[in-house]
Design a binder for this molecule. Structure first.
Ligand code: SF4
Ligand code: SF4
Length: 68
């Protein structure tokens, strides 16, 4: 199983990772606001992640790390 981690305080909530994920398992976490004042992205169903790293590749701020 792949593991996806976010450097949450660098996220600007642009949503690119949410749109690009083929499994649709990334969402905006509306329960938290990060240091920049945005709702940070998070993976909600890690067990469904296929480790494609599309999310990490598209993120303009290098927030996401994918490990297999
Ligand atoms: S690695 Fe692929 S499947 Fe996993 S969260 Fe990122 S875009 Fe989605
Ligand atoms: S692409 Fe990067 S900056 Fe944009 S919402 Fe996803 S993690 Fe945050």
């Amino acid at each position: 199983m792949a593991r996806v981690t976010f450097r949450e305080d660098r996220c600007k909530g642009c949503g690119l990772c949410i749109h690009v994920c083929p499994k649709k398992i990334i969402r905006e976490n509306r329960d938290r606001i990060n240091a920049k004042g945005y709702f940070p992205a998070e993976v909600v169903e890690m067990d469904k992640c296929i480790g494609c790293a599309f999310c990490a590749t598209i993120c303009p701020d290098c927030v996401i790390k994918v490990e297999k």
